[in-house]
Ligand binder design. Structure first.
Ligand code: ZN
Length: 408
């Protein structure tokens, strides 16, 4: 068995945490100074693990194994949310690094070809999963030229400032790889609530977003009789209430939906709103469930329009993300390893959050492993995991990597 070095794993995790560290979290958005400094450090570390390492034209840090044969790619993202936790992404990168370092020191397993990667901008400062999209050839040049962050900074200017505008973008060679493995914190409560220590991801849920637009007539709140009102807000509230009823009646076990943003115009106490908007987002692991919710949303919009004097229109609010199936033949090795290390403390589960593995899965077989997040908290400075779980997750991954490559 390949034994990881637990002390070094924690030390490297803490080292990466120091780039952009703020209170208990990190501020390391893609292409920030802290992010680029972290990437230079990672490149050096990848070299120390015996890999040929380079930073590509969108900031991915890649480490290529010199050993022949079909390789495994392992990694995650090294960028953070604007105010993020210290483990989101970072953990999967340091697992990959630790596994590469352990392999390079092992007489029995040194020959196994493992490439590792620290991906860029998973957290959507400019383009969600920018690095994974670029590596797998689905990044559109036009989109790159026009991408800006929330402050209006252009991606092309951020690349220039990071010294990357002349650097070539890497493209993965599909024929080189058996597949991609990503470890990540769960970012939710499922493992903790069920007293499990390892989650093996079966699929990553898909997301769809609709915007409901309500058009009525703005008017005086004192003089307009109730029966004559064309109140856009009343239609919005009725729609939201009805969605909560019909979605609940047709939900699958892990379906979720959110109406996280509403807009009333003119948004004043004494004016009947003439216009309103409501964002409706829903997620599920099954495409047919997403289709069902979409149909229900349209039926509900029709129903509200018919029973009020307000026009209701639904438009697509975002490009849909399809659910991604993880590769069973890959995750069976994670299962076998989990069974060996923690026989009664692992489960299969879907991922409710999106991940780089969702992009990679369209390119090559991919699988994911989760460890518990304390209190289910993530995308927050308070994000943390127990040290024992951090160590266990890496060992489970290392065992799976060796078994998988040894069986090829
Ligand atoms: Zn992440």
């Amino acid at each position: 068995m390949l034994r990881i070095n637990a002390e070094r794993l924690i030390r490297d995790l803490l080292h990466l945490r120091a780039f952009g560290s703020q209170s208990s979290g990190v501020v390391r958005p893609a292409f920030s100074q802290a992010d680029m400094q972290a990437r230079y450090w990672l490149r050096e570390q990848f070299e120390q693990a015996g890999l040929t390492s380079r930073i590509d034209g969108v900031g991915n840090v890649l480490g290529f194994s010199p050993h022949p044969g079909k390789a495994l790619l392992i990694g995650s993202h090294a960028d953070s949310q604007p105010t993020g936790g210290w483990l989101d992404g970072a953990m999967g990168v340091i697992y990959a690094l630790e596994i590469a370092k352990s392999l390079s020191e092992s007489d029995s397993y040194r020959h196994l070809p493992v490439d590792i990667v620290a991906l860029q901008d998973e957290e959507s400062r400019f383009i969600g999963c920018l690095g994974a999209k670029s590596l797998t050839g689905v990044l559109d040049d036009h989109v790159v030229r026009h991408a800006t962050d929330k402050d209006g900074i252009r991606l092309v200017d951020a690349l220039e400032a990071a010294g990357l505008s002349e650097v070539p973008r890497e493209r993965l060679d599909r024929t080189r790889y058996i597949g991609f493995l990503e470890a990540h914190i769960e970012q939710g409560p499922t493992l903790e609530v069920n007293s499990k220590r390892i989650g093996i991801v079966t699929e990553i849920v898909g997301v769809r977003g609709l915007k409901a637009i309500f058009r009525g007539q703005q008017n005086h709140a004192g003089t307009t009789m109730m029966a004559l009102r064309r109140d856009a807000s009343t239609a919005l509230y009725a729609f939201a209430h009805r969605i909560n009823q019909v979605f609940a009646a047709h939900a699958a076990e892990r379906s979720v939906w959110t109406m996280g943003r509403a807009k009333l115009v003119p948004n004043a106490t004494s004016i009947i709103p003439g216009y309103a908007e409501l964002d409706l987002q829903f997620r599920d692991a099954s495409e047919s469930q997403l289709d069902r919710f979409t149909a229900l949303a349209y039926e509900t919009a029709d129903e509200i329009a018919k029973s009020s004097l307000v026009g209701v229109e639904l438009i697509e609010a975002r490009s849909p993300v399809a659910p991604s199936k993880m590769s069973e033949s890959l995750y069976s090795y994670l299962e076998r390893s989990a069974r060996q290390h923690v026989p009664n403390a692992w489960i299969h589960m879907p991922s409710g959050a999106f991940h780089d593995a969702g992009v990679m899965a369209d390119f090559m077989p991919s699988a994911m492993l989760f460890i518990p997040s304390i209190g289910g908290i993530s995308h927050d400075f308070a994000e943390d995991s127990h040290r024992d779980d951090l160590i266990l997750g890496c060992q489970v991954m290392a065992t799976a990597v060796v078994d998988l490559l040894a069986s090829c």
